[in-house]
Write a protein that binds this ligand. Structure first.
Ligand SMILES: [Zn+2]
Length: 202
């Protein structure tokens, strides 16, 4: 999108022209610009389609068995590809850091044994053995299935300092981590059900 954030020089005429142009663009795209402004500002450089940096993740079977560490190409898709693959809700949450309404998701009250995978790329993220009842209405875990499989990012959306949690393999936004969880870690990974796919242990 348009970058309105780097006009710091004085009003000489080329800059003035550029500003006038940008002001017209902003006026023309008023609704869109407002949407951009309201978008969560999670500080992370997303890879562009066509670039696939390598990442290290740990692979797990659906029974929760740790298989091996793997160096794989990050899953990178265009907005259109993600939109086709995901429900509207899952798209907004995973690709644009939205948050589902508390008690509305399908996993906050699930107590079955199994593992939770990424809705976007199927990477293993959490084990039901670490899930706990947080009372928040979002599925909550005290640790990820493997530290490599999630990436923590500083998030200053709405002027609040938080730590967002993303899938290492595909950059899907999963939720946030807080330090008011139970032992043994004291952490609370507060996730969106819509970012996850539960694989039941059979
Ligand atoms: Zn993923």
């Amino acid at each position: 999108m348009f970058d309105f954030g780097h006009e710091t020089t004085k009003d000489d005429s080329p800059n003035l022209r550029r500003r006038t142009f940008l002001a017209s663009v902003a006026a023309a795209l008023g609704g869109l610009a407002l949407w951009e402004w309201r978008k969560p500002t999670i500080l992370r450089a997303a890879a562009a389609p066509g670039e696939s940096p390598e990442v290290t993740v740990v692979l797990f079977s659906d029974t929760g068995e740790r298989l091996q560490q793997a160096h794989i190409a990050k899953v990178v898709k265009s907005e259109e590809e993600w939109r086709k693959q995901l429900s509207g809700n899952a798209f907004d949450i995973t690709r644009h850091a939205d948050t589902e309404i508390a008690f509305s998701g399908k996993y906050w009250n699930l107590h079955e044994k199994g593992i939770y995978r990424c809705i976007c790329c199927d990477s293993a993220l959490f084990d039901s053995a670490t899930k706990f009842e947080s009372g928040t209405g979002w599925p909550s875990f005290w640790q990820p299935i493997a530290k490599e499989n999630v990436t923590e990012i500083r998030d200053t959306t709405f002027g609040i300092e938080r730590t967002a949690v993303a899938c290492t393999e595909c950059d899907a936004h999963l939720g946030h981590v807080f330090d008011d969880g139970p032992q043994p870690t004291g952490l609370r990974y507060c996730m969106n059900s819509a970012s996850l796919r539960f694989a039941k242990q059979v």
